[in-house]
Ligand binder design. Sequence first.
Ligand code: NAD
Length: 503
Amino acid sequence: MSPSPDGPWSLPPDLPAVICHYIDGHYVKSEGGATFPVANPATNKPYAEVAAGSGSEIDAAVAAADRAFRGGTWPELSVRQRAALLHRVADGIELRAERIAALESFDTGMPITQAVGQAARAAENFRFFGDVIVSMSEDAYRSRAQLGYVVRKPKGVAGLITPWNTPFMLESWKLAPALASGCTVVLKPAEWTPLSAHLLPEILHEAGAPAGVFNLVHGIGELAGAALVGHGGVPLVSFTGETTTGKAIMRSAADHLKALSMELGGKSPCVIFADADLEAALDSALFGVFSLNGERCTAGSRILVERVIYSEFVDRLAERARRIVVGDPADPMTQLGPLVHPDHYERVLSYVRIGQAEGARLVAGGSRPPHLPDGNYLAATVFADVTADMRVFQEEIFGPVVCVTPFDSEHDAIELANRTRYGLAAYIWTTNLQRGHRVADAIESGMLWINSYNVRDLRTPFGGVKESGLGREGGQLSIDFYSESRIVHVALGDTNVPRFGIE
Ligand code: NAD
């Protein structure tokens, strides 16, 4: 369906003209009034100006968060009280679910039917971490001589830096455990998609968060983000984004020896053996790479197919890809919307050209659908006969482009799956359960699914190996990241201390 550039579908009502920071309980502009424009990816027409934060706004936000942490009541509240607030935040998100989904879809280009799921998941993140924190225990260790008990303390002011692909959901994924742990926060959302974060201050305020507990600074990564990472008053940073950005952040954070959680890029394999349920594998392969416009960190962007079924599988994949409905993200019929930004669109298109130049066989898509003359639209694109040395096999494209490669044996499949610098997710399709386990064990990846697709249980470890990340979040692991475990030792009897200074 074609977008109507200024029609009711494309333009949600009551858009803010200016998107401000939120510091110490107040909406504020940048010093000197600096702003940058943001546009809607369906038309690339600017819809608002965003306050452009830099060092001074980060300083103010960190100072407010520090006051709320040290002098405020937040870390001292009982876990039950903090959990109650998190549940009220979830209520506030659910109350605005339609609005959040509409803004998210408008701002990112994500199809509205998929944005609805993101808002629901954001509410669930707050509920879940509210429940986790009240059910956690602290360990105790008893030996003959002494008892050691663990005290868990929030680390302090948490710096949270998020990407543009699923902004609201990822912001909630960091905010909820940080606040549950008793940290106060400064959030720096992605500059291309600031719109849904604009709802967070009112949601948190209505839920009863004291001033300074939650602070939001918009801005360009290299300025506002870098200032947050380089700030001495922020002992921990949770970052989700590109691997190259993650490396720059680690270098800067080293000066202060900060705790870091790094959720980075991926080039995840979807391995399909000939004995798999091919209909389900096909559904999963298509959803895995074309949902969220292919802008998904865990996208199965390399499909490895056993050679005996390769040709037939490629034909079926290409045929289904050609039928994927590309269009206005606000249309419920749309399955693939516009890419987030013209720069990113150009980058993804450049990979289509690279793939063709490298000799990969283009069997679906590869260009702008003719009925969509404006906006960052690309038809679902499938490259077959891709070899492991090609850039389209090696590099994260982060768009609706998938590579298909044949393999001859289990060993060959594992070797191909591991032939990138990434290791975020992997999907394995086989009815041979023993082989499924063997292959899952051998693929270098933080998260694997056998005969399934990207369904996550919030209690499980989330994160990547190799250049896909460092550290794990999810369930108690998130709380571990945002808190410090200290041990107190108590003697249980006489202490036989070696007596120095006595003859
Ligand atoms: P990005 O690295 O360009 O930006 C992410 C965030 O970092 C933005 O808020 C940006 O402003 C900020 N930033 C940029 N430079 C910075 C700097 N020097 N210092 C501090 N902050 C800086 O990533 P993106 O393009 O927004 O997102 C896409 C990437 O995110 C992809 O690589 C994708 O795989 C990855 N991603 C990973 C996960 C995961 O959980 N592993 C989830 C979603 C996205």
